[in-house]
Ligand binder design. Sequence first.
Ligand SMILES: N[C@@H](CCC(=O)N[C@@H](CS)C(=O)NCC(=O)O)C(=O)O
Length: 192
Amino acid sequence: MTLTLYDAPRCPYCARVRIVLAEKNVEVDVVEIDLSDRPAWLYEKNPSGRVPVLEEDDRPLPESAVIMEFLEERYPEPALLPADPADRAFARLLIFRDDELTDPYYAFRRGEDGAAEGFDAALRRFDSALDERPFLGGAEYGLADIAYVPWILRARDMLGVDFEPYPTLAGWLERVLERPAVAAEAGIVAAL
Ligand SMILES: N[C@@H](CCC(=O)N[C@@H](CS)C(=O)NCC(=O)O)C(=O)O
């Protein structure tokens, strides 16, 4: 079986897949896509022309959230979703609603009017959610954390966001950075 990741270092959606692959110690061939000059053949693998695309043999799979779930099923160890169905559903719900963080992030990155306040509000919600549990999905680190941490790292390192006003979020970031897979992603972001 061959596994190929069509990837872009700066892409946070690709980062999700990179982190899950690293957590599960899965080897892949990586094809780096230049997002400013995408090859025409990428549209055959994903009609939207977006990355990431993960291709197992000749079956291309786009959409980072779907790819994460596929990897969880294909390579169950170590488990990145909780065992209990209600807990799994909660983690999936968080991933499904990622635009509650990503929309304010992109508005802030684009410098839109009022976006600093909007992103601050989103980070405060994130901070409060983590008051109740050590990891986003619950007691254990997993896919929900992996789904969000790419934007948090990019906010810190590329947009210069200081997490001092969000101490619970900052504590969570420290905890997830203890994972070598997340630390490796932080290294990719630092080199962008
Ligand atoms: N919903 C997709 C979003 C992927 C996405 O937006 N990727 C960006 C790079 S970060 C991309 O390929 N952008 C090119 C474009 O929008 O044309 C996912 O979760 O994989």
